[in-house]
Design a protein around this ligand. Structure first.
Ligand code: ASP
Length: 339
């Protein structure tokens, strides 16, 4: 009798629908940029191009490894941007462009898409990793944006690494400042001269990421604009303009002529088009960069990622240093618009 009961019980259990085996591959992804502009093959040596591609790959692999191990999008964005801030190739951290007074003024911002917390710093001269200072403002102060000496004092109080301003200087940027100052005396430009001139002034780094928990984050770090005066601040540290992240839509980091990106509220506008009009990230980015920013006369680009891991790398310039890595580890590194 006992045997029959057992048999019936076993049969009943085996007839119950079994929960499906968890076999889903985790979804995550990361996208970076290292600045947009008139980046043309004819102006690039093979050595320079290789250096850019290698550093972009190194940076994105750093963040990808964090995401793959289950780390947060916030950590991935911060550590990826450190690699680019430490490289003299990009206009952020070491290698930042010089102001008219031959000083350095760094801007950065970060936003967490899960909590909508954000932090930013502007016009700092001694913080080695401005992106970490932006994150510290978000996490350890009651504010969103700090600037100048106060931001540096705050960073020191947080134990962040400070360096002397000379650390950031590179020969390339000293020469660029000289050239830009000479050019600014010029009253008329051919279209080609104007493009070359603009190209020497800009650059920025940025990173957006989606982690395995489904959370988005975005960060941007820059030296701003060569020959800037009067403590000019661009879009990079302005939440909604240069940086925005919201789990309801996407994470965006921008690069380009900051004044136009502030006026177009680029990063938030892309997110708003997705949230309110249900557009895809590619379509929203296309409208904002090619219709809205371009209509005002501005140029530049963005990188973005949404909750599903769909990405956008959109620009209205000849090039943008950029890279993408998906959950499977497929790596794409691009410089020119037409590749
Ligand atoms: N958007 C930055 C600024 O205007 C520069 C850049 O991204 O190239 O400060």
């Amino acid at each position: 009798m006992k045997k029959i009961v057992l048999l019936v019980a076993l049969t009943l259990i085996s007839c119950q629908p079994q929960p499906e085996k968890e076999n889903k591959t985790p979804n995550f992804g990361i996208v970076i940029h290292g600045g947009a502009g008139t980046i043309l093959r004819k102006n690039m040596t093979p050595e320079m191009e290789a250096q850019y591609r290698e550093t972009l790959a190194l940076a994105i692999q750093t963040g990808h490894a964090i995401l793959k191990a289950g780390g947060s999008s916030q950590e991935a964005v911060e550590k990826t941007i450190h690699v680019m801030e430490d490289s003299p190739l990009f206009n952020a951290g070491k290698g930042a462009v010089l102001t008219a007074d031959e000083t350095i003024e760094l801007d950065a911002s970060f936003m967490n898409g899960a909590t909508l917390d954000a932090g930013a710093i502007a016009g700092v001269q001694t913080i080695k990793h401005p992106i970490s200072a932006a994150i510290a403002v978000m996490e350890d102060s009651p504010h969103v944006m700090l600037s100048g000496k106060g931001a540096e004092a705050f960073a020191a109080s947080q134990g962040l690494e400070l360096v002397s301003p000379e650390y950031f200087y590179t020969e390339r940027r000293i020469n660029a400042l000289k050239r830009v100052k000479e050019k600014e005396q010029q009253t008329a430009f051919t279209p080609q001269e104007w493009e070359d001139f603009k190209n020497q002034k800009f650059g920025t780094v940025g990173c957006v990421a989606l982690d395995q928990a489904g959370n988005l984050a975005a960060g941007t770090s820059t030296g701003g604009m060569t020959n800037k005066r009067w403590n000019r601040i661009g879009d990079a540290p302005i939440i909604g303009a240069g940086t925005y992240a919201n789990n309801a839509s996407c994470a965006i980091s921008a690069t380009g002529w900051g004044e136009f990106f502030i006026r177009s509220v680029v990063a938030h506008d892309i997110a708003a088009l997705m949230e309110y009009k249900n557009l895809s990230i590619q379509e929203a980015a296309r409208i904002v960069i090619h219709e809205k920013v371009a209509k005002l006369g501005g140029d530049g680009g963005i990188v973005g990622i949404d909750k599903q891991g769909n990405i956008a790398m959109e620009m209205n310039t000849a090039g943008m240093y950029r890279a993408h890595m998906d959950a499977q580890g497929n790596l794409t590194v691009k410089i020119y618009k037409d590749e």
